[in-house]
Design a protein around this ligand. Sequence first.
Ligand code: ADP
Ligand code: GLC
Length: 484
Amino acid sequence: MSLSVLSVASEAVPLVKTGGLADVVGALPAALAPHGVELTTLLPGYPAVMGTLKRGKVLHSYDSLLGQPARLVAGKLGGEPLIVLDAPAFFTREGSPYADPAGKDWNDNWRRFAALGRAAADLAGGLVSARKFDLVHAHDWQAAMALAYLRFAPIKGSTPLPSVMTIHNMAFQGYYGREIFKELGLPKSAWSITGVEYHKGVGMLKAGMEAASVITTVSPTYAQEIREAEFGMGLEGLVVHRGDRVRGIVNGIDPAEWNPENDSHLAATYSVRTLAKRAANKRKLEAEFGLEPGDGPLFVVISRLTWQKGMDVLLEVLDHLVGIGGRLALLGSGDAAMEAEFRAAAARHPGRIGVRIGYDEDLAHRMQGGGDAILVPSRFEPCGLTQLYGLAYGCVPVVARTGGLADTVIDANLAAREAGAATGVQFSGIDYSTLASAISRTVALYHQPEVWKAIQQSGMKADFSWKNSGKAYAELYRELVSAQ
Ligand code: ADP
Ligand code: GLC
């Protein structure tokens, strides 16, 4: 039986990306296609998205969607079906998908993403007769209202559809004041603790989690962690309450984008058998970051500079990292104070620490292809993709044991090394001493070239393609559709 699924999200590679969500949403259609699932992606019509729609067919026009005119326009995302919500008053803006050019969140984000949800529920209900769907899959709070509209305000005559709510990050919940409720166009019955009401306001992610047939998150460990207050961030009670309706499916990586054997961003491509060729990439990377050559490992970081990512702790250990012979190339942007502190650290350690503040997809590839080890000291990490890219590129991941990092990296302890299973370095609990000792351990491993090479090779051989996870999503969709 072939299935048609509507996947709703606020970003997708290659059209618009602020983080891993976009990699995943962009990769899912191709990951599901081999399993007889056609995924249609619904995205907001930001300028970058509209720019790719050449003569897109208009599927529907709204006089007013959450107060503004809007259209649904058909397009393509990597050869798979795309529908764009073209609503210039909401999405034709300078800046990121969520914030103005100065980094301040748009104050009508609730309305922009409620509009996305309303349009998704309309499509799922059969608004466009040529597009029929069997299931709706919403990603993160920006898409979550789709499920609330489907539940409380479906279009007339539509049959209820099963749904999946995927949580990519519990830290972002889309919580707004009570006053927005009357603007959402939901019936009074939606204002309840099993509906959209959350702490006397509107909780968008919460509403999606209540309405979904199944909640998934992006790794099995994170699915367990969010049952606790530290990771559930207020929603742990609901997670526990939904019991076995909460599942974990780990993300994959897209080999069309991330493969060292044919990555056009690299000076030298290589495979697990030709690791020595990486040396040319490393030299280029050192030059690019103004680093002196050295005997110790070249650490890289590609990250949002935030508390979640443990970047404050990394700042504390930089002197130690350099003191034991390490060097660091960092690419990131985020918290302004952290950006300044990383710049200051580079000035303090010229030739040893190089910092690039900003967002640069090409450079991210060159860093995975030339760095020795990638540091991911996150306080929490629903899945994490940079450690997966590191594994595929022989850039050994050094990670905190949390969420998807715990599920995807095998620590190079003695037993794992002897079994030939080790793929990286893990440490528990993130503070100065745990991170500093993980870095020391990495430097020591690096100085044993045979051991190091075995770790790189095991990581490169590990399969983090979408093969298994695409199958897991397809099975979940089928389970829900047949239970309907
Ligand atoms: P998150 O989505 O929480 O930021 P992930 O590890 O899942 O974390 O995904 C981050 C994605 O964004 C990866 O594809 C990574 O390469 C990319 N990325 C993060 N920061 C930058 C940056 N400054 N420049 C280029 N790519 C970046
Ligand atoms: C979020 C998470 C990250 C995950 C990504 C894609 O941004 O922070 O851990 O990899 O979503 O699922």
